[in-house]
Design a protein around this ligand. Structure first.
Ligand code: ZN
Length: 315
């Protein structure tokens, strides 16, 4: 193990505990059994209202028809339902959105109860918008803000986000962006193309001092793992301020990333507890088993995150 333990740059609060302090205890126990000293805990705030405005049975039918060649070999139950009974699938998506919600304030409360081991990342909130989100995080102890272009129906390079990004850049807050697809209808290219890493390029160029973390290395997809992997690598290579996390990324792709762009900007992430059935220890283990040099493993599991957090004055 690296001295001081590993750092997990991408976790969420556990499922069942509704009380943030209880959730923090559960998460810390999970981290202990994986040798993880610190974790970045990320809030998730989708909007049911926005989902209902943006998605109906017709949207789904159209997105599915556009991707029919892509979907023809799929064997994923939820996608079958999306294709054949879009109305039913809408209800299921609404239920999942509610189930996955983790409020920013709850994440902050959990972090405050963790003795410094958890660092809270707020969620962009599409109902509050950029200015409302800014007001909400101002002066609080958040490490940064996460944007989900899929769930938020918002692309990172939209002009209206600039005041929020300017604020974050000046305050040393990091921007984490979900990249790749997402379960359910967000596997359809029409609905996940806003989460392409390339849409972050103008942001990385404009906000040189804003640390950006490309979550999932552009690779999140059950149907097509590694869907935007190349775009993520290009971004990391080209911009000093861009990092990526390894959460929900196939080991083979992480090894390939190390070979192609080195390991200095890769941060370990488990996405616990969203990858059902797997523990943080399982993900640590998968990095340790990779076919890369030992230094690369330690850099991904701790050193890179440690260096970054120190620079941001958070360690
Ligand atoms: Zn996640």
């Amino acid at each position: 193990m690296a001295e001081g333990g590993y750092i997990d740059f991408h976790v969420h609060l556990p499922w069942r505990e509704h009380d943030p302090r209880e959730a923090a205890r559960r998460l810390l126990a999970e981290m202990d059994s994986a040798g993880v000293e610190r974790a970045v805990v990320i809030a998730v705030e989708p909007s049911l209202k926005l989902f209902k405005e943006r998605v109906n049975a017709e949207t789904i039918r159209k997105a599915a028809a556009d991707a029919l060649d892509y979907l023809v070999y799929m064997r994923i139950p939820r996608l079958r339902r999306i294709l054949f009974s879009p109305e039913e699938s809408l209800n299921e998506h609404e239920r999942i959105l509610v189930e996955h919600t983790r409020r920013s304030e709850d994440v902050l409360e959990a972090a405050e109860a963790s003795g410094g081991r958890l660092l809270a990342v707020a969620s962009y909130n599409p109902e509050l918008g950029p200015i409302g989100t800014l007001e909400r995080i101002k002066g609080k102890r958040y490490l940064g803000v996460k944007l989900y272009p899929t769930l938020h129906f918002c692309t990172p390079n939209e002009k209206r986000l600039r005041p929020l990004l300017d604020y974050m850049e000046s305050e040393g807050l990091i921007l984490i962006v979900h990249t790749g697809c997402d379960p359910g209808i967000w596997e359809l290219p029409d609905l996940c193309s806003g989460a392409r890493p390339s849409s972050l390029e103008p942001v990385a160029r404009r906000h040189r001092d804003l640390v950006i973390v490309v979550a999932h290395l552009g690779s999140y997809s059950a149907l097509k793992p590694g869907i935007y992997f190349d775009e993520a690598l290009r971004l990391i290579e080209r911009y000093d301020n861009v990092y990526a996390d390894t959460s929900a990324v196939d080991s083979f792709l992480v090894e390939l990333a190390v070979e192609r762009v080195g390991y200095d900007k890769l941060l370990f992430g488990s996405d616990y507890p969203y990858v059902t059935g797997l523990t943080i220890a399982d993900f640590v283990e998968s990095i340790l088993r990779m076919n890369i040099e030992w230094r690369a493993k330690m850099a991904i599991l701790r050193w890179n995150a440690e260096r970054l957090l120190k620079r941001l004055g958070r360690l």
